[in-house]
Design a protein. Sequence first.
Length: 113
Amino acid sequence: MRNPQQRTLEAHVELLADTGAIYSVIPSRTLESIKIERRSMRRMRLADGRVIEKYLGIAEIEVSGETAHSSVIFGKDEDASVLGVTALEELGLQVDPLTGELKPMELLLLPRL
């Protein structure tokens, strides 16, 4: 993971691919260590029904040789660190349902008719 404006600022983060999560969640202190800017707030509903707000930023994420700029949520230290479906799609990756491994996604483009 890197700061898109200062690519020398990077952190290695172990993430669990979570196809049920829209955004990637990274501990705030990790994002702060590479100077990711808090850009806006997002409301989220927790499994217990509570609604919370979290800061969102943009980070450069590299997985399996693929790189993308993606939205990341500033999480608490106790939050699970996850790679959300938005980042997976931006990276052109998907989770193989049989093996749980990441694999390239078939990218579709609608031609002009």
